[in-house]
Design a protein around this ligand. Structure first.
Ligand code: ARG
Length: 271
């Protein structure tokens, strides 16, 4: 049975000024050159793919002094039209938070919370029908979890990330069906206790292997039917199809050099 695709609204930012000039995660090597025009083409392919699927893509204006802005997922978390702003762990990205807030103010969003605690937006927050899953350990502060629960009114499940390659929750876990509690994740990224929590709450989850996780295959975006994911995560395609999803592989190789892929480039604006 094919699944139903909902029409989504995404916020993205073109990698016009993308560079790897500093290293704040193990994927980033400032000594490795980035092909900027290829990065742009790859990103445009993702944007066009969303539009072809019937989704709305809103755009942020990239700033030359903020090379990581392309990873728009980190700038806020929007649920029920309520905007929880971000507060970045590293000073290199700190100014991105205000750029996002300005965008929301200019686009009719009125319920906006400027956070007191560090949270890197959808990098560490994932929305299922029942829960707000919340990563901690590398970026978002555990204190941001209570702040998110209070503002968004959703029960937060805190999850401990333990592998530096999977420094954000969205590098190790993806919500496949937000109307149900259906997810896929890589257990190796989580502490034993968090693994037990995930197994208890999501007994039917799709479990990803180490190779697909290392291709950032969990850094995917699902509209409930189409799952857009890094094409190198070849082991995920068949299990996704078996569940009735339509996997769509995308090559974002240049943006992988900054430690991000499909989901990192995509912030979902949930009405
Ligand atoms: N270079 C960026 C950083 O380390 C990549 C962010 C990836 N975004 C994400 N949602 N995981 O902050």
């Amino acid at each position: 049975m094919p699944r139903d695709a909902g029409s989504r609204r995404y916020l993205m930012c073109p990698p016009t000024h993308f560079q790897v000039t500093y290293s704040i995660n193990p994927w980033m090597d400032p000594g490795k050159p980035v092909d900027l025009s290829l990065a742009l083409t790859q990103w445009e392919d993702l944007r066009d793919r969303y539009r072809a699927l019937g989704h709305t893509v809103e755009l942020l204006d990239p700033r030359p002094d903020l090379p990581d802005m392309v990873y728009a997922a980190n700038g806020a978390t929007v649920v029920d039209g309520r905007v929880l702003g971000a507060r970045f762990a590293h000073r290199e990205r700190a100014a991105e938070a205000e750029v996002h807030l300005e965008w929301f103010r200019a686009h009719g969003f009125t319920e906006i919370h400027e956070p007191s605690h560090i949270n890197e937006g959808e990098g560490d927050f994932a929305v299922t029908s029942t829960y707000l899953l919340a990563g901690r350990g590398f970026r978002s502060s555990p204190l941001s979890h209570a702040e998110a629960q209070e503002f968004l009114g959703r029960p937060v499940i805190g999850l401990d990330l333990v592998d530096p390659r999977y420094y954000h929750l969205d590098t190790a876990l993806c919500v496949l069906d937000a109307t149900a509690d259906e997810i896929m994740y890589y257990p190796g990224a989580f502490s034993p206790g968090s693994r037990a929590v995930l197994a208890r709450l999501f007994p039917d989850a799709l479990i990803a292997g180490a190779a697909d996780a290392a291709a950032l295959g969990l850094n995917a975006v699902s509209d409930g039917r189409h799952v857009v994911l890094p094409q190198a995560a070849v082991g995920l395609f068949e299990p996704l199809r078996d569940r009735g999803f339509e996997p769509i592989g995308i090559d974002l190789g240049e943006l992988l050099k900054g430690g991000g892929s499909v989901k990192c480039c995509t912030q979902e604006l949930r009405p």
